[in-house]
Write a protein that binds this ligand. Sequence first.
Ligand code: DP6
Length: 335
Amino acid sequence: MSAERVATAVAQPNIALVKYWGKRDDRLILPHTDSLSMTLDVFPTTTTVRLAPAWVGDSATLNGASLTGEALRRISAFLALLRELAGRTEAAVVHTTNTVPTGAGLASSASGFAALAVAGAAAYGLDLDATALSRLARRGSGSACRSIHGGFVIWYADAGAGVTPDLRSYAEPLGEARLDPALVIASVDTGPKVASSRDAMRHTVDTSPLYRAWTDACRADAVDMRAALRRGDLDAVGEIAERNALGMHATMLAARPPVRYLSPATLAVLDAVEQLRCDGVSAYATMDAGPNVKVLCHRADAPVVAEAVRPAAPSAPVVIAGRGRGARLSTEAAP
Ligand code: DP6
């Protein structure tokens, strides 16, 4: 970093195989349950943070367009946290280039806040290890803490060790995972989502009579998923991921009023995935806060899976993703 105090970082999205859906603390972003994910090798976000005199105020652009309103407020609140940790007062000018369709349930906030945490910490002169960076990214968006690391990752709701709840909730790589699968991304709709995951999550916790059952199932799924990843058992990993995603959506559908991200096109992709399994291909679906479907499969089967889901997802190219790297500093500034 130059004396000018500028830093750039790159981060990729992650897809949860055991989902995070619900906070026990909205301010600190502490989840009710552990979640497990795979960081992808596609859709990088590049963020440059440049410090500016305090009187200028924070500003941010996304793909060249100035951010205002809630989007800027969230970034500015995160920068305020960095300033508090660093004991500095400068404002920040943030430029982000995002290659994932924003707001379409493909976790753009995960790569976004992971990149902002790494670039922001460096610009403000904070020397943080990966665990501390994951805690920091968590404060921007929960799922962002997992994109700090590459490959398979666990985010602990409460890891047990550490004096405060904040210190006890962080992500770390699952070194024992013995799997190198593909995730085939069928984008059935790249438009903005019907409700932000933040609002929908809170509403689900507050009103869904199934919420308690969801957290119980999720805890069991996290234990089973760890064991399946350790064994390198793709079918078990896929079955757990699919049942977990459907359980999350069922819990949302039971909220009052319901939260429904899944569309007819989503269900058409799910039909295609089921047909693949009938034909002997190991393929399993997961969906986040949007209608798009990610299909877990062996890398060798990815072209066949992509071909099978394409008719149900004609609006955007089907993307084949693999395991990607964690967030890191970069020498190339966001354009
Ligand atoms: C469905 O991390 O976007 O993708 O913490 O409120 O920013 P906030 O929510 P966010 O929620 C992600 C929800 C999910 C599941 C997951 O990634 O675990």
